[in-house]
Design a protein around this ligand. Sequence first.
Ligand code: DGL
Length: 273
Amino acid sequence: MLPKKHIGIFDSGIGGLTVLKEIRELLPQYDYIYLGDNARAPYGTRSFEVVHEYTLQAVKRLFELDCDLIVIACNTASAKALRQIQQTYLKDWESEKRVLGVIRPTTELAGELSSTKEIGILGTSGTVSSNSYQVEINKFHPAVKVHQQACPLWVPLIENQEYDTEGGRYFIKRYVDELMATGNIDTIILACTHYPIIEDLIKEYLPKEVQLISQGKIVAERLQNYLERHQWLENKLTKKGSIHYLTTENPSLFDEKSSLFLGQEVQSELMHW
Ligand code: DGL
């Protein structure tokens, strides 16, 4: 039997499940491997060099596991490592494989969504300091003003399921208020794949007319379009509709958090580097 050719989905932890969920809803026919580097999450406060090293390690491993197409479902890793991986590692060694991120698909659309032409970005410290959203949005929509707010405590609150507590809500409101005070924002991008998990809480602290954009659907639609345009790659992918979860932390921890979050049973395996 020929080996399966999977689509690899990578995140620092459980956040990428928000993207995986939408991708599998739109493209259920493919075989997927989800890799969460839970042992080393969060990535958001780590340096450029460290995020690059961890992400490259994950990409190489997913290639070894027969993923010829990888989606880095993590804004921090997309912001800090994707370009370099595409321009160096992939170019020199892996011309038959592809690695995609989550920032480009979101920024292409962003400018069309705002009437005030002022967009807010909520992301990790790493994503915000990389300035990737500002640069990418302005490439497509030069007239749009981009306001950014780092939310360093949100990922730990989500990973530890402490968000719907008095302390958790305090920090959700605080970052939302700080962002909204910077301008006439009518559209906010959740620029971290963990944040859709607290989307309803974020909305509680936003004026009704502000629209909140999650990336999952956008990334899924862009992936579908990418596969239509790259038939040589699409033809290689096997279509048995399977999913395997790998984690670098204790699998029972991953399974508990992920099952709660996805609303379905998840059984992961431990992956050693
Ligand atoms: N979910 C990831 C992101 O989109 C990373 C969060 C983290 O590890 O800090 O940025």
